[in-house]
Design a binder for this molecule. Structure first.
Ligand code: PEP
Ligand code: MG
Length: 576
């Protein structure tokens, strides 16, 4: 019987296909396994580690050749986990105790995974899945269990948790969709699915037991709906939607090289938000004109110690070069809040989003900040780099940043390293910065409005709290006023203003921002075509009219409804 369940749609799009249950359970194999003596078991584990390393290297190379750089990077991280001497020691120790290679391997991986899980941060907790994935991979090798194999056809992967390597190792065209019992938007499986625009629904909890291997399902990644064993009528309904989706994708592909320009000739730059330099290639396929936000903290989070100036330089230079003359805005590290970094040993805080984060750490820790500034200045030689600082609340912070930029230049000159003079701007993501934007504008080359934080701080609504998500409204009049003020201050000072918060990917918001005089919008790359289409369909004069009307309105919900009434439906491209 057909059944519809609802989870959280995290990557939109509709997919129909047969379910492949992923995330193999090895219990049966383990029960049947007969270990040899301890020395033999140790040898088997060593051999499995070597074989898995080789397998991974081959897959990484294939992915790189196919241009799947993000997936390659994730498997590269797995390879490092497999070859981590601490993991090897731990496995040895466990085998000494339990006498079984696969058991010891799984226990060692589990123990390390638990350490990650104890971290409150979602990003690090999600790394636990990678560790268990790595453990299973090595154990499968000892047990002689094949890696999950696929039929020729497309599948919808479904699992309580799915090992990132399963998704990374499969060709994109074989995965129609992903269903996860648990997971979060920052888990690695979701990161991979996002890069490939695979419709994904997560958080269905216990209801996952209603889905069997081989079941036909339809998933709607915008609404979060999963139709299990659909009826003919349901299938026909969704088939129409899929046809529309295919037409839309072709339509968007045709927009790739067209400029985001209004009917009356106002040009907006559409750029991408990235987490690693490897994301640039993918962003360019959606028509990104450079990078408006390179979240450099991912360079820090991908390392177990503070990355050196040289390591950072390599990552920034690669991104800047790939942007090919278009802007590449590198945000200095935004650690803290929901992104802690274990090796910085920051004390746990009652209220981390209002605590020791981002620029506050950078200004305290010159040992971190100066190498980063130097790396960015040096990367500037390879294209159009810009440096942006997060979480600013006052003029004095920018003055301190400026002094450090000067110091970095002096040090570089001393060291005989070349660098470029680059733009230095700030994120306007605190109400304080928006309010004093007329003062801040005197010290910077640009503003980029970070609405993800600006909304949460303005409305006192935690950006990650589902219970109050309805209050987190970008169209709230208080938010719109702060944004308008910021753009106005930039224009009066003759500097540019852009937006890199998620609000920039909302086509209705884009029209209002255009009306306010914004010149750059940065977003997850798959959202670019949809916003571009909206910009190309209006005039700047009409955008201004709509803005003037909206600024008289009192309720955020009504504002959105009004924009919908005036501009019609915005097509639903992949949203991330
Ligand atoms: C923002 O706050 O809008 C932003 C882009 O930064 P992050 O989401 O990384 O906090
Ligand atoms: Mg922010």
């Amino acid at each position: 019987m057909a059944e519809t369940i609802r989870g959280k749609g995290v990557i939109s799009g509709i997919a129909v296909g047969r379910v492949m249950l992923a995330g193999q359970n090895l219990d049966g194999y383990l029960a049947a396994y007969r270990p040899g003596d301890v020395a033999a078991e140790q040898k088997k584990a060593e051999a499995a580690i070597a074989a898995v390393t080789e397998d991974l290297l081959a897959t990484i190379e294939r992915l790189r050749k196919d241009g799947q750089t993000e997936q390659a990077a994730i498997l590269e991280a797995h390879r490092m986990m497999v070859q981590d001497p601490m993991m090897a020691d731990n496995i040895k120790h466990k085998i000494d105790t339990c006498g079984s290679a696969p058991q010891g391997i799984l226990e060692a991986a589990d123990e390390q995974a638990q350490l990650f899980e104890q971290m409150e941060d979602e990003y690090f907790a999600a790394r636990a899945v990678d560790l268990r994935d790595v453990g299973k991979r090595i154990a499968r090798h000892v047990l002689g269990v094949k890696e999950p194999e696929l039929d020729a056809g497309q599948v919808i992967l479904c699992g309580e948790e799915i090992e990132p390597s399963v998704v990374a190792g499969m060709p994109t065209e074989q995965i129609a969709g992903v269903i996860l019992g648990s997971g979060s938007a920052t888990s690695h499986v979701v990161i991979i699915a996002k890069a490939r625009a695979i419709p994904t629904v997560l958080g269905i909890g216990d209801k996952i037991s209603l889905i069997n291997d081989g079941d036909e399902v339809i998933i709607d990644g915008s609404r979060g709906d999963i139709v299990i064993r659909p009826t003919e009528k349901e299938r026909a309904l969704y088939e129409t939607k899929i046809e529309e989706q295919t037409k839309l994708a072709a339509h968007y592909a045709a927009l790739k090289d067209l400029p985001a320009v209004t009917k009356d000739g106002v040009r907006i730059e559409l750029t991408a938000n990235i987490g690693t330099h490897m994301d640039v290639d993918n962003a360019l396929t959606y028509g990104a004109e450079g990078v408006g936000l390179f979240r450099s903290e991912f360079v820090f989070m991908g390392s177990t110690t503070i990355p050196t100036e040289e390591d950072q330089f390599k990552a920034y230079r690669a991104a800047v070069e790939k942007c090919g003359g278009n802007i590449c805005v590198i945000r200095t590290m935004d650690i803290g809040g929901d992104k802690p970094l274990p090796y910085l040993n920051i004390e746990p805080e009652e209220n981390p989003f209002l605590g020791y984060r981002a620029l506050r750490i950078s200004l305290d820790r010159h040992d971190l900040f100066l190498p980063q500034i130097k790396a960015i200045l040096r990367a500037g030689l390879y294209g159009k780099a810009a440096m942006m600082v997060p979480m600013v609340i006052s003029v004095s912070e920018i003055q301190r940043v400026q002094k450090l930029v000067e110091q970095a230049k002096v040090e570089l000159a001393h060291e005989g390293k070349e660098y470029a003079d680059i733009q230095v701007g700030i994120m306007v993501e605190t109400p304080a910065a928006a309010v004093v934007s007329p003062l801040l504008s005197a010290y910077v080359d640009f503003f980029s409005i970070g609405t993800n934080d600006l909304i949460q701080y303005t409305l006192a609504v935690d950006r990650g709290n589902a219970q109050i998500a309805h209050l987190y409204n970008p169209f709230n009049p208080a938010v719109l006023r702060l944004i308008q003020r910021t753009i106005q201050s930039a224009r009066e000072r003759g500097i540019w203003a852009g937006m890199c918060g998620e609000m920039a990917s909302d086509p209705y918001a884009a029209v209002l921002l255009l009306g306010m005089g914004i010149t750059e919008l940065s977003m997850s790359a798959p959202s670019i075509p949809r916003v571009k289409e909206m910009i190309r369909s209006v005039t700047a004069a009409r955008a201004k009219e709509l803005l003037d009307h909206v600024m008289q309105m009192e309720h955020g919900v009504e504002i959105r409804a009004y924009m919908h009434k005036e501009l019609g439906d915005t097509t639903t491209a992949v949203e991330v």
